[in-house]
Design a protein around this ligand. Sequence first.
Ligand code: AMP
Length: 279
Amino acid sequence: MRICNTIVDMRGACRAARSGGKRLGFVATMGALHEGHLSLVRAAKAACDVVAASIFVNPTQFGPTEDLAKYPRTFERDQQLLEKEGVELLFAPSVEEMYPAKAVTWVTVDGLSDRLDGRSRPGHFRGVATVVAKLFHVVEPDAAFFGQKDAAQVAIIRRMVRDLNFPVEIVACPIVREPDGLAMSSRNAYLDSQQRKQALALHRSLMRVKKMWEGGQRAAEKLVTAGCEELAAEKSVRLDYFEIVDPDGLDPVRNVSKGALVAVAAFVGTTRLIDNIQL
Ligand code: AMP
């Protein structure tokens, strides 16, 4: 696996990798890799001839009071995992490399950027869209693989790619969970053993909504109330949002039909976790 730290180096390596019409797949990550990330790599390996990944803890998607400084950084281990999965190219730039001084250009996906996590984390999706646009310009992938775990992020990137004519196919991959249902996340590392149990309330709340919906309940208001109740039963978990939205535009729905996205975010201690299901 070749590791590139500069944009020039990575762009050259990716162009060489695509020569002769080879299909280049790309997986963007912030490191602290787990099976969720690796599932994206495997999907990329299955669908493409060459796979590139990136590890970059993107400062512009963190709010001023968020966990940028303490975000887990495990580069050596991540590198080994990616190598084992057969990733050919790894981009690991510094913050200075990605954001030269005096950069003032941003990508904002109006409307969508203010929904779900964007409402509780102002500026988050501007940071995400901007860094993903920059990474796409560096890597120039034929296909890019994202996790459905960050469902709003998938919707926003799809819209950006459509609106700005990026020549890349966006592939969304299913959420990888721990055996007890907890969605894998680099932030799960912050949880102590008690919080780890409490965190299951997120998945439970989604399962309760799914069961009610399968039982015929279609009123979003009733379903959301039930989901919130389930979360409230775990006293130490603090709800951020519980919403049922259309998965493309992220608009709340009133009458819940097949394909609707049920999304939850909650704090367990100081750790903010998200999860979702598509009905
Ligand atoms: P992150 O390192 O958190 O920025 O995530 C990098 C990519 O991995 C994103 O596309 C995430 O949606 C995806 N991802 C994170 N956790 C999971 C998971 N549990 N299952 C599937 N994909 C995931």
